[in-house]
Design a protein around this ligand. Structure first.
Ligand SMILES: Cc1cc2nc3c(=O)[nH]c(=O)nc-3n(C[C@H](O)[C@H](O)[C@H](O)COP(=O)(O)O)c2cc1C
Length: 342
């Protein structure tokens, strides 16, 4: 198949991949059918689940869509294991209260990256994007030969150069406004405070690759300003959270409309990686105490967060949200995407 160019999109709006169940095949299909580009979130998923999701989207739309993958850094276990163990111990009271286990983390996981790459080489999709780091150049080439356009997320100019260096066709520049995890290539790095316009201003003169702007996009004016600063498209996550097609559960949806939650902060408290979330009780008590170990801290806290979400306990679960969360609307994804196009 001919490889897709992002400037061929009818609408310059990419529906962000949102791992952990928030992105559904229905959301991806709705965004793509509206003329944008829907992205499945394959992070945390086993390959079989990704295969099923790819099939599900293809049954819902014939429009192009993409898949997002995590590139996990191999961390120094000797240094981090005691820190993760101490953090895990500190959560014993929370876990007991919620009736949730505190699993032991795995230090050898790769998030099934090789298997997912093999799947996507055999069952190509229009776009494959990577976050948290650069894939091997050979993996990029293999996807490109299979017909996919490859995107790599960067949060500063050095990461953008690395993305170009591994052979990416385009770069997603994620500003600090963005909901959920920062895509910083090193887990331990302290993320910068550049917004997507500042990143575009710095990176656009340094590369010929198409740039996608992510973080805090809530209006067509935001999209137009990003385009004027050199972006070919915007990538939006938070704006889609309340759409009926999103997989956000009842507790998460209620939190996004809860007037008592008044700010978002970037915290490692839930997963060990900096991520922007609504500041709730868990963040207030634990921000600054979690080690820089992803996905190990994520694995330790996951059952606890799930139990809290199931119990409607807004204070004890992760509530990923970008700075524009107040603008998220309960409307069909197609309408949201259409409204974001200039
Ligand atoms: C709930 C949620 C989950 C996310 N999961 C992923 C992911 O799996 N992979 C990824 O590359 N980006 C992920 N992101 C970040 C988005 O790609 C994007 O950078 C961000 O949503 C843009 O900022 P906004 O939320 O203000 O629109 C996620 C964002 C949210 C809100």
């Amino acid at each position: 198949m001919a490889r897709m160019r992002l400037d061929d999109l009818d609408l310059p709006v990419i529906g962000a991949p949102m791992a952990g169940g928030t992105t559904t095949p229905q959301l991806v299909a709705a965004v793509s059918a509206a003329g944008g580009l829907g992205m499945l979130a394959a992070g945390y998923q086993p390959p079989e689940a990704l295969a099923a999701d790819v099939l599900a989207v293809k049954e819902l739309t014939t429009r192009p869509f993409g898949v997002n993958l995590f590139v996990l850094e191999q961390l120094d276990r000797t240094v981090l294991e005691p820190q993760v163990a101490a953090y895990r111990d500190s959560l014993a009271g929370e876990a007991e209260r919620l009736g949730a286990p505190l699993p032991q983390p795995s230090w050898y996981g790769t998030d099934h990256l090789e298997d997912k790459l093999a799947l996507l080489a055999a069952e190509p999709v229009a776009v494959v994007s990577f976050t948290f780091g650069c894939p091997e150049p050979a993996a990029v080439q293999r996807l490109q030969e299979a017909g996919s356009t490859v995107l790599v997320t960067a949060t500063d100019a050095a990461e953008a150069r690395a993305a170009a260096g591994c052979g990416a066709d385009a770069i997603v520049l994620q500003g600090h406004e963005a909901g959920a995890h920062r895509g910083t290539h090193l887990v331990a790095a302290t993320p910068n405070r550049y917004d997507h316009l500042a990143l575009l201003q710095e990176v656009a003169p340094q590369t010929d690759l198409p740039l996608v702007a992510a973080g805090g996009v809530t209006t067509a004016g935001d999209t137009r300003r990003a385009q004027e600063a050199g972006a070919v498209a915007v990538q939006v996550g938070t704006a889609l959270l309340l759409s009926p097609e999103s997989g956000a559960g009842a507790t998460y949806r209620a939190a996004l409309r809860d007037d008592t939650l008044t700010e978002t902060v970037v915290t490692r408290a839930f997963t060990g990686r900096p991520a922007r979330a609504l500041r709730n009780r868990f963040v207030a008590e634990r921000d600054g105490t979690a080690p820089s170990a992803f996905p190990q801290v994520d694995q330790v806290t996951k059952p606890l967060r799930r139990a809290a979400a199931q119990a409607g306990d807004v204070g004890s679960t992760h509530l990923w949200a970008g700075i524009g969360w107040r603008a998220a609307q309960e409307r069909p994804a197609a309408e949201i995407v259409a409204d974001l196009a200039p």
